[in-house]
Design a protein around this ligand. Structure first.
Ligand SMILES: Cc1ncc(COP(=O)(O)O)c(C=O)c1O
Length: 543
């Protein structure tokens, strides 16, 4: 199997091409300095783009050193108003949030306003924000050009038509220019909808029902795709390389669950086996090219190319869910970054810059059945002009600034992730950072770790208790990111080097405060469900 590097040498956003960005010297070819020795003001080294398997945010493991200083108390902050407001919200909104994924009990935060890379809660506390509305805000909170485009649309033309309009072709053509595999597309209102449309399209085009999905991957909350996202592994065991599909919510019919065939990410041999045995019933392999809902798990070198080769060989479509990676890793998303052409792509988040717009598209041949309405897709709000005005501004800015913005985003994320790892390790904990450019996660564990490749290994490694404690201490010091180990950090163009350095300094204090609560030598908490650490374990039956 050819596992040569997939990264296009000519990709215009190559981080290799950057030598000096925004007055920060970046050494792009040297290896990272040993953890614990680099000062915050020292240049941060970045892995060369051609070795993306190590990922721009990967940092080699090293032995943690002992705690060096007593914890520094954060400035006193009140969160009383957030608590009171949340209690009131819960009186009318079930659970207090209109999404299952957002809040963690005890650290509720009600937002008052936002600007650029910052947000303020209703108590007036300021945060550097790395959650960024769960990812759409690549340019930070409400940048002026997106506001101007939306205001012009709303004040001069209107905000809801349900007829074809000028922004249809403007945004459509921008997507065609930016995303290499998309000949034709359609708009949707959320990533969940876009993925549902991709799945139906693949089934309609191939006349087959089953879809291969990867364990640990999230593709939205609807019935057809909310399967084996973060399943309890004691229940998900199956034949090696063939985990049992499990619903992630009550209320999902078993018959729907069984339409999915679950696979371990980054295991081409397992995929080859399942495609060989079952290709006659498989419509598509659906994947995030970089898994970003399991922390961040980049593909192994050559993996995506092998997936593409296998799907072509067995007459199975390849769906890239680029809801998270689209327009973020490169102007054309992960397929541009890794130079792989899927048959169908789902897009959301960055495309709308915070407005609810999504899209799905693919080759002219596959999309022809969509064009003929042989497979149905629709919705009152699809191609909403307000949302498309925002998308037009977002994509226009990407086209104008692509040569500078992606290298800068990569450099900022590298500086941040490397600094966080150094701060954590200096305090005596083990951790690994991995990701691609402005999409990365820090995983806390009990041992040195070089790289995590799939859901089971990640589940076995991570210390949610440490990550949660660190998150809490960071929030108290004015830095916000999602509290879950299986989430991730986002960096926007609105972040500055000063924000990054302030964040690293906060991390240094925060992790020392964690050490006072949970000493670095602490053993991992026993797991509730006795997972298996990998996919090669005992053989059981497979559905
Ligand atoms: C990869 C991926 N696909 C689909 C979705 C669903 O998108 P939405 O929340 O817009 O429905 C998400 C949301 O985070 C996602 O990360």
């Amino acid at each position: 199997m050819d596992m040569a590097s997939e990264r296009s040498a000519t990709t215009p956003t190559s981080v290799n091409s950057v030598a000096k960005i925004a007055n920060v010297d970046i050494n792009l070819t040297a290896s990272l300095p040993a953890a614990g020795v680099a000062s915050l003001s020292a240049p941060v080294s970045v892995a060369p783009a051609s070795s993306h398997a190590a990922s721009p945010a990967s940092v080699a493991p090293s032995a943690p050193s002992a705690p060096v200083a007593p914890p520094v108390a954060p400035p006193a902050r009140s969160t009383a108003r957030s608590r009171d407001m949340f209690a009131r919200i819960k009186g009318s909104i079930a659970g207090g949030e209109s999404s299952y994924a957002r809040l963690r009990s005890g650290i509720e935060l009600c937002v008052d306003r936002t600007d650029g890379a910052r947000m303020w809660d209703v108590d007036g506390n300021e945060y550097i924000d790395y959650c960024l509305g769960y990812g759409p805000l690549l340019f930070g909170h409400h940048p002026e050009d997106i506001i101007a485009a939306v205001v012009e649309q709303i004040t001069t033309k209107g905000y809801h038509f349900s007829f074809p309009h000028e922004l249809d072709y403007k945004v459509g053509e921008a997507v065609q220019r930016l995303v290499p595999s998309i000949d034709l597309l359609r708009f949707a209102c959320s990533g969940t909808e876009a993925v549902m449309a991709c799945m139906r399209l693949a089934r309609a085009y191939t006349g087959k029902d089953k879809i291969v999905k990867f364990e640990g991957a999230y593709h939205g909350w609807a019935d057809p795709q909310m399967v084996s996202y973060h399943p309890p592994l004691s229940m998900a065991s199956g034949r090696p390389g063939a985990p049992r599909p499990l619903p992630d919510s009550t209320g999902i019919p078993q018959a729907t669950v069984e339409q999915l065939i679950i696979q371990p990410f980054n295991d081409p041999d397992a995929l080859a086996r399942v495609l060989r045995e079952r290709h006659h019933e498989i419509a598509a392999v659906m994947m995030e090219p970089v898994m970003a809902n399991c922390g961040v798990l980049p593909p192994r070198d050559g993996y995506l190319r092998e997936v593409r080769r296998l799907t072509e060989r067995y007459g199975v479509l390849l769906i890239f869910d680029e809801v998270m990676t689209g327009f973020r890793l490169a102007p054309g998303g992960a397929q541009d970054y890794y130079d792989i052409r899927p048959d169908i792509t789902a897009l959301a988040k960055v495309i709308g810059g915070g407005f609810p717009v999504a899209a799905f598209g693919g080759t002219a041949e596959v999309m022809a059945i969509e064009a003929r309405n042989e497979v149905l897709h629709g919705g009152t709000y699809t191609a909403n002009p307000l949302a498309l005005a925002a998308a037009n501004a977002v994509l226009g800015r990407i086209e104008r600034e692509r040569d500078t913005m992606y290298p800068r985003l990569f450099a900022l994320a590298e500086r941040l992730s490397a600094g966080l790892v150094r701060a954590i390790r200096q305090t005596g904990y083990h951790c690994v950072a991995q990701g691609v450019g402005p999409l990365f996660q820090i995983f806390f564990g009990d041992t040195p770790m070089e790289r995590l490749y799939n859901y089971r290994d990640t589940s076995a490694y991570v210390r949610e208790d440490l990550y949660g404690a660190w998150h809490e201490e960071m929030q108290r010091r004015g830095v916000y990111f999602h509290p879950g180990q299986f989430e991730r950090w986002f960096v926007s163009t609105a972040h500055t080097e000063a924000d990054i350095d302030a964040t690293i300094e906060a991390a240094r204090e925060a992790i020392q405060a964690v050490a006072a609560r949970i000493p670095p030598s602490g053993a991992a908490a026993p797991t509730a469900d006795g997972w298996r650490p990998s996919y090669g374990g005992a053989v059981a039956d497979v559905a």
